[in-house]
Design a protein around this ligand. Structure first.
Ligand code: HEC
Length: 114
């Protein structure tokens, strides 16, 4: 019980220390003009092969962005896509987390079907 409590406190303090900054993420996404492919609000891609991003889970977005950065250097983890790899090289880990938090905060129209 005590251990669980201490763990929870530790985890939450780590979470706060690394809290993603949505405003910074917005500035980065706008500067990089991600909407030129992913469309208005990152929810209206210009081609069907380009994914919608708005409202996606932030963990998933961050993982995807990191995977494009890693690319072929890690076959277990990397995503090998020339277009997106070139988009993400310049960003730090914290930048990607901020961008993921911003994109996740946007209203999207993903549909979950059961
Ligand atoms: C030149 C067009 C283009 C631009 C600009 C662009 N993207 Fe992409 N993006 C793509 C394409 C194409 C894919 C699908 C790649 C694939 O098949 O893996 C993609 C995929 C993604 C994915 C993975 C989505 C998923 O569901 O797995 C994320 C996240 C993403 N882009 C974020 C961004 C961000 C953030 C920016 C701005 C820094 C950006 N993109 C700029 C074309 C673009």
């Amino acid at each position: 019980m005590k251990v669980a409590l201490i763990t929870a406190v530790l985890l939450s303090s780590i979470g706060l220390a690394n809290a993603a900054n949505v405003d910074k993420g917005q500035a980065l996404v706008e500067k990089a003009n991600c909407a030129s492919c992913h469309g208005a609000g990152l929810n209206a891609p210009i081609l069907p092969a380009y994914p919608k991003l708005a409202g996606q889970y932030p963990d998933y977005l961050y993982y995807a962005l990191r995977a494009y950065q890693v690319g072929n250097t890690n076959a277990q983890y990397g995503r090998n896509n020339a277009v997106m790899s070139s988009q993400v090289q310049a960003f730090t880990n914290a930048d990607l987390q901020d961008m993921a938090a911003y994109i996740a905060s946007l209203p999207g129209n993903f549909v979950i079907k059961k």
